[in-house]
Structure formats: C-alpha cells, structure tokens
Design a protein around this ligand. Structure first.
Ligand code: KG4
Ligand code: ZN
Length: 330
C-alpha cells in the first residue's frame, strides 16, 4: 500500500489530502475562497493565487497532523499541474516540487480533469475500466470513454459554454449570486420545470456534442419579458440542461457498448436533478450508475491524491521541471 499527498489549487479551492492506494482517505482539508470572490460575482485569478499561497502550507500541515504522518512517511506527492488558472496551478505545483525535492519523494503531475475522471473509482471499488464518463464542471463538459489510467477517449465536448459555466451565468442574470450552481438548484426547488419554454440546443443531432450559450441567452430573454418568477426560470433552465445532458449521454452510450457503467463526475454532478436523470438513463440501459459523493464531485484534493495513487501504481511519475499548464486537454 502506498500513501500519496495530493494538492489542488487550480481554481478557487485550496486543498490537501492524504490518500492510500487501497482507497483510504486519511485526511482531506479544503479552504474555499467564496467570500473573497463574491463581491466580483466570479473568480478573480489574482485574488485566487494569493489566497492559495496563504492557505496551502497550513492545509498540508493540518492534513499530515490529522493522518498522524510526517512527510517522510508519504510515498509520493501529487499536484494538479493544469488545466486551470495558471497562477493558482503554479502555487500548488511549485509547492509539490519543493516538498518532493526536500523529502526526496517522487512527484506526480496530475491533470485536473483526470482527477475528476478517476474520482468515481476512489468512492466505488467495483468500478472497472472501461466506463462511460460524463464530466461536467465549471470549465468542462465532456463525454469520455475512460479505458484505463491515462487512456481517455473523448467522444464529445461543448462547442461553447460548459454546463457549470451556464449555471453560473444563469445565476448571475437571475440575481442568485455566486457560486451559481448550488444557488440555481436551491431556487429551482420552488419552481416549475415546465413553466418557461426554453430551447434544448443540439438535442437530437447525431454528434453527441453540447451547447449551452443559446440556452443562457434564452433565459435572459425570458427574464426580460417579466412573465415568470425566478424559481420558475431557474427550474426551467435546470430542466433544459438536464434534458441536454441526458440526450447527449444516451447517444454516447450507444458508442461505447463495452462500458461497464455510466459515471458522472465534476461539480455539476453535485446537482440532484442531474444525478436523478442520469440514474434513470443508466437504468433504462441496464448499466450500473456511479457518481462520487457530493464533496468528491466539486474540486478537492482527495481526487488528485487518488489520481496520483493510480498513476504511481502504473509507474507514472514526473520530473521536477514538469510545467504548469493553463490548457491541458485530457
Ligand atoms: O468541478 P468544479 O468544482 O470546478 C471546476 O473544475 O470547474 O465545478 C464547479 C462548477 C461550477 O460551475 C458550479 O456552479 C457547478 O460546478 N456546481 C453546480 C452545483 N454545485 C456546483 N451546478 C449545478 N448544481 C449544483 N448543485
Ligand atoms: Zn474541477
């Protein structure tokens, strides 16, 4: 069994975790920055990077103390090396490099998307490759055939906004605040998902790609007519997103007949309506459905530590000059 220290700092969560190769989560610590970004209605990269610098060291110390470990007892150090806000990514990666050098431990540069993609296997020991993954976060909306560690076949992506981005922008234009996804979900709970006629972009088309920019604009137009309440607008928007995700995923299921399961991961996978609709879709196709627990869906360091553990077991480590990358497709 190996023990991996995982670090995450690619967006607005600073996190450190200690994860074992047999799925033990010895410690996971997270410091959000919502209050710092809220006045601006979105994540400000410079503020995020400074906050990561302040938070990361104490979080690592707290995680080690919680696990009752010293750095010397850790087998490898994994950090998100991209994609993300480059200032933040550099804070986490440089910290990991310094620790790796000081403690003479292997470094593992993890693609943040790989962290999300493998996170369901941390929670679900029965989840075997290959599986069909809907990865829905603030920056990404993709369907992937996850064939093994480091083996990801992209079946579809968004041609404009990511699903989480659409939630965030819709929250802003409905005056629901930041962060947007959970705010829209809360407002939607009191609304009628069939109230507002909204488009389902790309639904029914042959290629399983996504598009959400037009949907967001349609919410804006509907809002400006003054005919509907905010809960009805939120619920109808959420339903439209769900319908798009389900239709596109149904198409992808047909493309990966060997898939062992339908899996959803990423921040939007925390949404109850999204999870319920995908559970039903999997059921219709006699596929097991797997989704990480909510805390493991949004950004965290346990998923980076776990991706590190999977890479470490496969003999994949990185040199100390591995670069931080703002863009890094899986
Ligand atoms: O994976 P994540 O934490 O960060 C990225 O890598 O992007 O995802 C954050 C995204 C945000 O857009 C946020 O609004 C969305 O996930 N999100 C949600 C919910 N919780 C987070 N969207 C819909 N419903 C939620 N409950
Ligand atoms: Zn993420």
């Amino acid at each position: 069994m190996s023990i991996i220290l995982g670090l995450e700092s690619s967006c607005d969560e600073t996190a450190a975790a200690l994860v074992t190769s047999d799925r033990g989560i010895l410690a996971h610590r997270l410091a959000g920055q919502e209050a710092a970004h809220r006045p601006y209605g979105g994540v400000v990269p410079e503020i995020a990077a400074r906050a990561h610098v302040e938070a990361l060291g104490p979080l690592i110390e707290a995680a080690l103390a919680e696990a009752g470990l010293t750095l010397g007892q850790v087998d490898a150090i994994a950090a998100t090396a991209g994609p993300g806000l480059i200032g933040g990514v550099m804070v986490g990666l440089v910290t990991a490099k310094a620790l790796a050098l000081a403690a003479d431990k292997p470094l593992i540069a993890v693609n943040h998307l790989e962290g999300h993609a493998l996170s369901p296997r941390l929670a679900d020991p029965d989840l075997a490759f290959p599986y069909l993954l809907l990865l829905v976060s603030g920056g990404h909306c993709q369907l992937l055939a996850v064939e093994g560690v480091g083996r990801y076949r992209r079946l579809a992506t968004t041609i404009d906004d990511a699903a989480g981005e659409a939630f965030d922008k819709t929250a802003k234009l409905l005056g629901l605040g930041f962060p947007g996804g959970p705010a829209v979900e809360r407002a939607a709970a009191a609304g009628d998902p069939a109230a507002v006629p909204l488009p389902r972009p790309l639904v029914g088309t042959a290629e399983p790609h996504f598009s959400f920019a037009g949907l967001k604009s349609a919410v804006l137009r509907a809002r400006d007519t003054g005919s509907w309440s905010v809960p009805d607008l939120a619920a109808s928007f959420q339903q439209a997103v769900v319908d798009c995700l389900v239709d596109r995923t149904r198409r992808a299921i047909a493309q990966v007949p060997q898939a062992t399961a339908l899996v959803v991961a990423g921040g939007v996978a925390a949404n109850g309506a999204v999870r319920a609709a995908l559970t039903a879709l999997a059921h219709q196709h006699d596929l097991p459905f797997s989704a990480p627990p909510l805390w493991l869906c949004t950004d965290n360091a346990a998923m980076i530590g776990w991706a590190g553990a999977e890479r470490f077991a496969a003999g994949l480590t990185d040199p100390l000059d591995v670069p931080a990358r703002a863009r890094w497709p899986l």
